[in-house]
Design a protein around this ligand. Structure first.
Ligand code: GDP
Length: 298
């Protein structure tokens, strides 16, 4: 929890300073509620979550005395209420194995690192994990994934640079099935500049997977970089359209004051949030604990 606090430090400082001084008359009146709403928007929680939190505060406490500390606690409680319904760890449940987890997201979002962290997490839970280097567009991406695979001691299936991602995934599922692997975690290209191509590529991966196992991919996890603030949200729209998304992992919550976007994402999309990234190291992926996050942010 201490390390998680470190994770959200800047976000928490921003929200806290935005909320400081809003309790003017010591009673919760319209001016104070306006200021709270503005503070939440300025802290990247987004207009819709901000309005919802304002309405809930008004409903519960309008006209009542409130101190700054009580206000922050009340805000934390409302944030928790938004986050709780979407908190859902990624669980290995597929039968037959392997569970196929497609990981999508724009280049630079932390996708490769998150794949390694996730694989490590499963390994710690005694699951057998295999990686598939489905981002064949960038040679560096294949190399980087291979380096992580080596580091965590996970087998990896890779093809040539410029090769067909769907065939890498096909090989991955075959190898994982033969070797009794529990989870196949698949890296994919993140070229949003060419939406059409990316869409076709992901659709082909889906088709090939679906022929091997109608349930696959079991998960389509979108990795989002919190430092992108509201732009991270528009990526959800795009990837929902391009690939379908079953859940989110938000990264880089350690380095940014824009972590409030996690709340905006939860409120506006209601997609499961599986975990959060709070650093560059292999064990810097945290389970998404809504109460802890809410308490830390506000
Ligand atoms: P990809 O292009 O999406 O595969 O992104 P990478 O996995 O290569 O990550 C891009 C950069 O972000 C790297 O320098 C990572 O170390 C860094 N990174 C990834 N996740 C986190 C995180 O949670 N916190 C911080 N501070 N850096 C991260």
């Amino acid at each position: 929890s201490e390390r998680l606090f470190g994770g959200f430090r800047k976000t928490s400082e921003r929200l806290s300073s935005n909320l400081t001084g809003v309790v003017g008359t010591a009673r919760l009146d319209d001016t104070t509620l306006d200021d709270v709403e503005d503070a939440l928007i300025l802290s990247d929680l987004g207009p819709s979550a901000a309005a919802r939190i304002r309405a809930r505060l008004a409903e519960k406490r309008f006209g009542l005395e409130i101190s700054e500390r009580e206000l922050k606690e009340a805000v934390a409680e409302e944030i928790a209420a938004i986050l709780r319904p979407v908190a859902r760890p990624l669980e290995i449940v597929a039968f037959p194995r392997p569970q196929v987890i497609l990981v999508i997201g724009v280049n630079g979002s932390g996708k490769t690192t998150t794949i390694a962290k996730l694989a490590h997490w499963f390994q710690e839970e005694d699951y057998g994990v295999m990686l598939a280097a489905g981002d064949t567009f960038r040679a560096a991406a294949i190399g980087q994934l291979a380096t992580w695979a080596d580091r965590i001691g996970a087998p990896i299936v890779r093809g040539p640079e410029g090769g067909d991602p769907a065939s890498v995934v096909f090989d991955g599922v075959k190898a994982a099935t033969e070797q009794g692997i529990d989870a196949l975690v698949v890296d994919t290209a993140g070229r949003l500049q060419n939406k059409r191509e990316l869409m076709d590529e992901l659709a082909k991966i889906r088709r090939v997977l679906g022929r091997l196992n109608p349930e696959a991919p079991h998960d389509v996890v979108l990795v989002l970089d919190a430092t992108n603030g509201q732009n991270a949200l528009s990526q959800i729209d795009v990837f929902k359209e391009v690939a379908g998304v079953t859940g989110l992992i938000m990264t880089k919550l350690d380095g940014t004051a824009r972590g409030g976007v996690l709340v905006a994402a939860a409120e506006q999309y209601g997609l499961p949030i599986h975990a959060i990234g709070v650093g560059e190291k292999i064990d810097d992926l945290r389970p998404f604990d809504p109460d802890l996050v809410a308490r830390v942010i506000a």
